[in-house]
Design a protein around this ligand. Structure first.
Ligand code: CTP
Length: 421
């Protein structure tokens, strides 16, 4: 049990509501959380809500005589292990960078002798404004730690870019890392905001992963395929094994070595991939990263098709079974958490959202595989994680980092008992 106290200063941005979840996550990790709210923050969330979730009184006013007599802003600023500012608005960052102290939040920040972590959140243009950049650089130079912002959709309609506050789980992981607290979470944050795997929190779980393309035969020497390299699926399987899971990786033809500790089943065509997935069930978690060919040749020739017969052969195609959809509807054998991928070249989020529903999966990881992104076959990936709760856009990362962050998120979900496993 950690008995460390965190002072959370909630700034006046729409992301303030996410801080209710942050308090919950911190309390799950046995931190005591005391909350200070700016006047702006109180326009978004009431002190009553934070009081109920933190189980402590909430401080809002520098000039409240009772508060000052009882605890005082100087003690408030020192009676904790860490101060977290979330959301750190452009205004709050500017005040911090210039040493203002005209309200309780800024007075506490100026008076503290404790480490400070900020989680910036604002409109992308405000974040990219040279004034904010200067303030952010000043705060870094002053030794203030920072997490995020992430890129993604803004609360304002149609706006996207860097400015979303880091997710509560990411902030919680970073706080644990800063305080050296060994809690039950499988997450620990890396300096770039991605997370690292830490423990064996998937021990005893069976994770099924599909990866790579499929090859659909035309004749004994020719086939239909796609550009998938299998790298993302292999990295996911490796990350799950690192967390102690028993992993079955059903892979189409790829040039990758078996990841350590993973049971790899190599297949060629979609029908075989489905059969091997079914054979591997039951599983606690199913992650479907394969780029399965949508069609196969209705009747593949048993002999090599010869040319020079006057006209080119016509290939008649039939649709392949949908492996993800089939497993997601397997009733009692359905994995407790089913995660699909959505490879799109246009309207990425819209298509992915409808795929999540039509395929019956719990989460879908959407990525833009247009040729100019270089994702298909490349080493990097930019993904959006779509769950029933909404969309979370992750920054561009290498595929291993995406895999580790995803698997850590899955482990956390399983650990919290949210997956029906
Ligand atoms: N998938 C599958 N079996 C198929 C086709 C797709 O298991 N026959 C899975 C993929 O592994 C991925 C998800 O379904 O997790 C979505 O794949 P994607 O290629 O994006 O979509 P499709 O279903 O093929 O739809 P479309 O090609 O029309 O976008």
């Amino acid at each position: 049990m950690s008995d460390k106290r965190i002072l959370l200063i909630v700034g006046g941005g729409i992301a303030a509501y996410k801080c209710l979840d942050l308090v919950r996550r911190l309390r799950e990790r046995c931190f005591a959380v005391r909350v200070v709210m700016t006047a702006g923050a109180q326009e978004f969330v009431t002190p009553l809500s934070f009081g109920a979730i933190s189980g402590d009184r909430v401080f809002t006013d520098l000039f409240n005589l009772d508060d000052e007599r009882e605890i005082g802003h100087i003690r408030l600023s020192r009676d904790c292990e860490l101060i977290v500012v979330a959301p750190a608005t452009a205004d709050l960052m500017a005040k911090m960078a210039h040493g203002h102290a005209d309200d309780l939040a800024t007075a506490v920040l100026l008076a503290t002798n404790k480490p400070v972590l900020i989680a910036p959140a604002m409109n992308p243009r405000m974040w990219l404004n040279p004034a904010t950049k200067r303030n952010a650089a000043q705060l870094t130079a002053d030794g203030i730690a920072s997490i995020g912002p992430n890129s993604g959709e803004m609360a304002e309609r149609g706006e996207a870019g860097p400015g979303r506050m880091a997710e509560p789980l990411e902030i919680a992981a970073r706080i644990e890392q800063m305080l050296g607290a060994a809690a039950a979470s499988p997450l620990s944050a890396k300096p770039d905001g991605s997370v690292a795997l830490r423990d064996k929190s998937l021990a005893g779980r069976h994770v099924l992963v599909t990866a790579g393309p499929t090859h659909e035969p035309i004749d004994p020497v020719r086939y239909i395929a796609n550009r998938s390299s299998g790298k993302q699926g292999f990295a996911i399987a490796a990350a799950a094994a690192k967390l102690g899971a028993r992993v079955t990786l059903v892979s189409g033809p790829v040039g990758l070595a078996d990841p350590p500790g993973v049971h790899v089943v190599r297949v060629e065509a979609a029908a075989e991939m489905l059969a091997q997935c079914e054979a591997a069930l039951p599983a606690d978690v199913g992650i479907f990263a394969a780029a399965v060919a949508d069609w196969r040749v209705a009747e593949a020739s048993e002999e090599k098709i010869k040319k020079g017969k006057g006209s080119a052969p016509t290939l008649s195609l039939v649709e392949n079974p949908d492996i993800l959809k089939t497993v997601a509807r397997r009733g009692a054998k359905r994995p407790g958490l089913v995660v699909g991928f959505a490879a799109e070249t246009e309207n990425v989020l819209e298509h992915a959202r409808s795929k999540r529903k039509s395929k019956g999966c719990d989460w879908i990881i959407a990525n833009d595989v247009s040729p100019e992104t270089g994702i298909m076959g490349g080493d990097r990936n930019t993904v959006h994680v779509i769950t029933a709760d909404g969309v979370e856009s992750w920054p561009d990362m290498d595929k291993q980092a995406v895999a580790e962050k995803l698997v850590a998120r899955i482990a956390e979900h399983v650990a919290l008992g949210q997956a029906d496993v």
